[in-house]
Design a protein around this ligand. Structure first.
Ligand code: CP
Length: 329
């Protein structure tokens, strides 16, 4: 009932979620508030919460994934939807079928929503413009990973004690920023929420142009982490790099890796985040990844409730748009 009333009063009007830039602060608040309700339901009662009952969600992953795909599929199951997984290796894309044809065929099969991950920046938007059912971006190239940023900021919000408590908080994102869709989406989400963002890493992977996004850029580890409330580590995305951006992994770890010896540099109470997968011993050592400061597994758990909220809000908007189109006929 509480969800029905929430959805009735929701101002969310997007059938698709492509990037955080498209969201207003109010829409981010709506995701958080609905995710709060779903998270409570998941903790209190493991039975399904049938707000997508009768719907079929297709997860279309053209890149590997553990967390995002499982969390979306788990979220869809929890909402009572049927879930069909399509991976690139087992799809007709290997026979030359285009992304557009793949999606249009899934729509023709009467699917109700597509969750898509693709190596090409812009792939999710490209599909959303060409099919009528909701498209949710599960990561497109180095462009955007909106649900990751929403679950990351949802997790910070739990630490900060509310959406209104981001103002003045310092969040450092450390690592391969250049190739990171997670960094881009988090920068936009954190800017909207009022946090102060610092980007750090090798200068080849943190170009000064990122400063135009209203963030601080530094190549000094001490400066980056010593006053941060949150330190978010990112792995080196070798799969997107076409050149050597630093001499060796060992040298990267020596200069920018966060290990036990560097823990005293952190503020008391500072938390450690990572979107995963972690390359242990490179950007983050196990002593810290598994320490009390780490909220990495909280991020993963929150990913289910946040994706439940996003899927339900997008479906709500799609249903409203469909009903409005029927009424205008
Ligand atoms: N955070 C993230 O996108 O992880 P996966 O690649 O495992 O989905």
């Amino acid at each position: 009932m509480i969800v029905d009333s929430f959805l009735k009063n929701s101002s969310w009007s997007k059938k698709d979620l492509i990037c955080v830039e498209d969201l207003s602060l109010n829409e981010i608040r709506e995701v958080f508030a609905l995710a709060d309700i779903f998270k409570k339901s998941l903790i209190d009662d493991s039975t399904k919460i049938p707000y997508l009952s009768g719907k079929t969600v297709v997860s279309l992953f053209f890149e590997p994934s553990t967390r995002t795909r499982t969390a979306f599929e788990m979220a869809a199951h929890k909402l009572g939807a049927d879930v069909i997984s399509v991976t690139s290796a087992a799809s007709s894309s290997v026979k030359g079928e285009t992304l557009k044809d793949t999606a249009r065929n899934i729509e023709a099969l009467m699917a109700d929503m597509i969750i898509v991950r693709h190596s090409a920046s812009g792939a999710a938007k490209y599909l959303a413009d060409r099919i009528k059912i909701p498209v949710i971006n599960a990561g497109d190239g180095a462009h955007a990973h909106p649900t990751q940023a929403l679950l990351d900021t949802f997790t910070m919000r739990e630490k900060f004690g509310g959406t209104d408590n981001f103002a003045g908080r310092k969040v450092t994102i450390l690592g391969d920023i250049l190739f990171s869709r997670v960094a881009r989406s988090n920068i936009h989400a954190l800017n909207k929420l009022g946090a102060k963002v610092t980007l750090a890493g090798p200068s080849t992977l943190v170009p000064p142009e990122f400063g135009k996004l209203g963030v601080k850029v530094t190549y000094n580890l001490y400066e980056a982490i010593s006053d941060a409330d949150v330190v978010m580590l990112l792995r080196i995305q070798h799969e997107r790099q076409r050149a050597n951006y630093f001499p060796s992994i060992g040298e990267y770890a020596n200069i920018f890796g966060l290990g036990k010896l560097r823990e005293p540099l952190l503020k008391s109470g500072a938390i450690i985040m990572h979107p995963g997968p972690i390359n242990r011993g490179v950007e983050l050592d196990s002593e810290l990844a598994d320490s009390d400061r780490s909220v990495i597994l909280n991020q993963v758990t929150n990913g289910v409730a946040v994706r439940m909220a996003v899927m339900r809000l997008c479906m709500n908007a799609a249903t409203r748009q469909k009903n409005a189109a029927l009424r205008s006929k």
